[in-house]
Design a protein around this ligand. Structure first.
Ligand SMILES: Nc1nc2c(c(=O)[nH]1)N[C@H]1C(S)=C(S)[C@@H](COP(=O)(O)OP(=O)(O)OC[C@H]3O[C@@H](n4cnc5c(=O)[nH]c(N)nc54)[C@H](O)[C@@H]3O)O[C@H]1N2
Ligand SMILES: Nc1nc2c(c(=O)[nH]1)N[C@H]1C(S)=C(S)[C@@H](COP(=O)(O)OP(=O)(O)OC[C@H]3O[C@@H](n4cnc5c(=O)[nH]c(N)nc54)[C@H](O)[C@@H]3O)O[C@H]1N2
Ligand code: SF4
Ligand SMILES: [Mo]
Length: 726
């Protein structure tokens, strides 16, 4: 039978004379969509499409996935290794050997002069898991610096920290299929339709079938908030207070799942004592949500047969990021909603392989969720790699956000930056610039030559990106997906795996430790090291992963398929097998608006751009929708300040200023402005980034600013520079 459009003009996808479709996985966000890239007879990638049989995306892609194949030919790619003695001199083209020898000798010189930890390494959430594992082996096993971390400290650190505190281990318990079973969903600080469009689509499909209530907690009227049954416009940075109040009502009214708490949780007494202080009247004054709404949401959540919570950066990027995650976990423990279909506490991950780095990169410890603090873990990995366990430090070193201040104080003298662009993505970039200028040696490894941070480097390693490489990545729901190679990296650019392997050869321990050349061999090592562990992947192979369009860990050797959920048996990863209910006293430690800086500055993303625009800024069909740094401002505030819609204004904080194009919109309240962070020389010139005490993640979502009207012509010139049309 034919419906609707089928009878009229059917949408025709241009075929471009495709001779071959190659299976791979999207390399932007952590949804983990399966993509097929279409190649013409010249072997050029000319189109892409979603894979119908893939459980994650079921044929769908968002705008980023649709145009991803254009990245292979995009402007600004790094094609040859570059080198220079001083950072203000022009770069000279060089050979890989020269660039690597120079880097290895500088690492050794700096470590020899100032100590092992004086050379730091900062990586990413966007390379393949085999590459992460190999980098970890190089850093922990050969170079031996303890100041090694990733940009995931800007992104998922609070989620990882909160999971560890509540459940005894990192690892999100739920999956997208939970939308199909839930009776109630709360989304905290997550703008799913723009940032994870395909997860949003999965949620919407499920909600259309069963009409479960959606509650959105976000100070902004986001696209998700517009589709919600209830929108809770929370006072920035106070989610922990709301969570305490929800727990208060649940316990006060006897709506908790007492049998679950008694069997599977520890710490209930101290928790109950603390939340007793957060009655809705007290909480309402801090978090800005009225008393009845707090009570109604608590009752709705606790009385639902199954209920689930999701969250993203509105929770993680806060001075209470880790506590916010713990609070969400506790809400679900209290109501018995962990590890059951439709009942879960699911962090929506950011970057495509932010999970892979948490699992295998050794940034926060040793591979496979092992800890430097545990003697057995150090011994096991040292034995497996064939080195002396005493080579490993006995506790984790500095986080990314503490590495930059350590450069400032002279403790760190050299830096290797891999797949991250701190000159645009770190808070207070003026300070980051000064720290980078203090380095004796800096090497940047990126797919693009025109990344701002390369201006501060002595050596540039051109890397392959996305499907120019093969390996695996883990998505939000613990699904290991296959990235298969579609095309070679351009000119002399090389896969990150190759770069790490070549570097290993230049260190003494690199002679002792085996560094396999191919991704499948590395994957075999990981499988071996995962045996019997929480994140067991020993039953997986590239073939099975491709056949099943991604497999969720754990999957033990001999299993036919993976596991959609963990903790379903109520056994957690603390030695006593119980999850912890942790009391969360709230201390207001943010920079808050005052008379000099009367607005909250909120920042985030738009659907068509990814992060610092090194990729999406080059794709015409994406950049055209959002070419200019802009700011959302409430029309009433605009009127008060004499700032018109689509005029330029200056944003000023205690750190610096930026010029933005103003969009007057009711999406933000009168005391808040919102700026996407995608543009260089923009919001992070102004942001503060106070750190969460547990995760060291910056509070990108909150600081205080004022807005000034400015002369339009001068402003246009500044904005055009920042827009950096490629
Ligand atoms: N198109 C696109 N998609 C992406 C990315 C991208 O750059 N572009 N990046 C990926 C990555 S790495 C990440 S981390 C994710 C981020 O995905 P999201 O976290 O969904 O996106 P953001 O826009 O950063 O922030 C989400 C919301 O947090 C809200 N918020 C601010 N302060 C608070 C608060 O105090 N409490 C609460 N509850 N909410 C608050 C903001 O108003 C905002 O709407 O997106 C991923 N997907
Ligand atoms: N104000 C504000 N600031 C923020 C945020 C916010 O919400 N507000 N969000 C924060 C968050 S959640 C995140 S995740 C960070 C992101 O911040 P960054 O990590 O700095 O942003 P990206 O632009 O994704 O940088 C990744 C780099 O890796 C390169 N690359 C891509 N693929 C490969 C590859 O395969 N190999 C190599 N070697 N390089 C590759 C890209 O060209 C790019 O330069 O920004 C943070 N900054
Ligand atoms: S939703 Fe995420 S993974 Fe899927 S196509 Fe879009 S950017 Fe790629
Ligand atoms: Mo992120």
């Amino acid at each position: 039978m034919l419906f609707g459009r089928a009878k009229k003009n059917q949408i025709k996808i241009p075929t471009h004379d495709i001779v071959k479709w190659k299976y791979t996985t999207c390399g932007y966000c952590s949804t983990g969509c399966s993509i097929e890239v279409g190649l013409n007879k010249e072997g050029q990638a000319v189109t892409g499409r979603g894979v119908g049989g893939a459980d994650v995306n079921r044929g769908k892609l968002c705008i980023k996935g649709i145009f991803e194949h254009e990245l292979f030919h995009s402007a600004g790619r790094g094609t040859v290794p570059l080198m220079r003695d001083k950072t203000h001199e022009p770069y000279q083209q060089t050979s890989w050997d020269m660039a690597m020898d120079k880097t290895a000798s500088e690492i050794k010189r700096i470590q020899g002069t100032y100590g092992r930890d004086s050379f730091a390494i900062i990586s990413t959430g966007q390379i393949l898991t085999e590459e992460f594992y190999t980098l970890g082996k190089l850093v922990r096993g050969c170079i031996g610096t303890n100041n090694y971390d990733g940009n995931t400290t800007l992104c998922m650190a609070s989620a990882a920290s909160g999971y560890k505190r509540s459940f005894g281990s990192d690892g999100p318990p739920g999956c997208y299929d939970d939308f199909e079973h839930t009776d109630c969903l709360i989304a905290f600080g997550s703008n799913l339709p723009e940032q994870h469009p395909v997860i949003y689509w999965r949620m919407r499909e499920a909600r259309e079938k069963r009409r479960f209530p959606l509650i959105v907690v976000d100070p902004r009227v986001t696209m998700l908030a517009q589709f919600a049954d209830m929108h809770l416009p929370i006072t920035p940075g106070t989610d922990v207070v709301l969570l305490n109040a929800l727990a208060h009502v649940i316990l006060d009214e006897g709506l908790e799942d007492r049998a679950y708490i008694d069997a599977h949780c520890s710490g209930a007494d101290a928790f109950e004592k603390l939340v007793a202080e957060y009655d809705p009247v007290t909480a309402s004054k801090i978090c800005g949500i009225d008393v009845d709404t707090i009570r109604n949401v608590a009752r709705l959540y606790a009385k639902s047969n199954t209920a689930m919570s999701i969250w993203t950066m509105g929770i993680n990027q806060s001075t209470h990021g880790s506590d916010g995650v713990v609070g969400i976990n506790s809400l679900n423990l209290l109501t018995g909603n962990i590890g059951k279909p439709g009942g879960t506490s699911l962090s929506i991950t950011g970057q495509c392989n932010a999970m892979g780095t948490r699992e295998w990169s050794s940034c926060s410890g040793l591979p496979g969720y092992r800890a430097l603090e545990k003697e057995q873990d150090r011994e096991d990995i040292a034995k497996f790699w064939g080195i002396d366990p005493e080579f490993f430090p006995k506790k984790r070193g500095l986080f990314k956000t503490d590495i930059f201040p350590a450069i400032e104080t002279g403790q760190i003298k050299g830096l290797w930056i891999i797949g991250t662009n701190p000159m645009t993505s770190m808070p207070n970039t003026a300070r980051i610039r000064k720290t980078l200028e203090r380095l004796e040696f800096c090497v940047v490894q990126d797919a693009y030559r025109d990344v701002e941070t390369t201006e501060y480097a002595n050596v540039f390693f051109p890397a392959g990106l996305w499907a120019e490489k093969n390996g695996v990545m883990t998505n939000t729901e613990r699904r290991v997906n296959l990235m298969s190679k579609v095309i070679d990296p351009p000119a002399e650019a090389k896969a990150d795996l190759w770069i790490f392997n070549q570097m290993a050869k230049r260190f003494e321990n690199g002679q002792k430790i085996k560094f396999p050349e191919t991704a499948p061999e590395v994957f075999d090592e990981m499988r071996e090291l995962s045996k019997g562990r929480f994140l067991d992947i020993s039953g997986m192979s590239y073939e099975k992963i491709e056949q099943q369009r991604g497999i969720q860990w754990p999957m033990k050797d001999g299993d036919d398929t993976g596991s959609p959920r963990v903790y379903s048996d109520g056994r957690f990863n603390y030695p006593d097998g119980k999850a912890k209910l942790i009391p969360l006293p709230f201390i207001n430690d943010n920079e808050v608006p005052d008379s000099g800086f009367p607005f909250w500055l909120n920042s985030g993303r738009v659907v068509e751009h990814f992060h610092t625009r090194t990729r999406t800024g080059k794709i015409g069909n994406q950049n055209k929708f959002s070419p200019t740094p802009y700011m959302e401002m409430n029309p009433d505030s605009g009127k008060e300040l004499g700032i018109e819609h689509m005029s330029y204004a200056r944003l000023v904080s205690r750190r610096g200023d930026a010029v933005v194009l103003v969009q007057l919109t009711q999406r933000v309240p009168r005391n808040m402005v919102f700026v996407p962070f995608h543009f260089h020389e923009c919001v992070n010139r102004v942001s503060l980034g106070l750190l969460d005490p547990h995760s060291r993640q910056p509070a990108f979502k909150q600081c205080a600013v004022r807005v000034e009207a400015i002369e339009q012509q001068e402003a246009a010139a500044v904005v055009n520079r920042a827009a950096r049309t490629f």
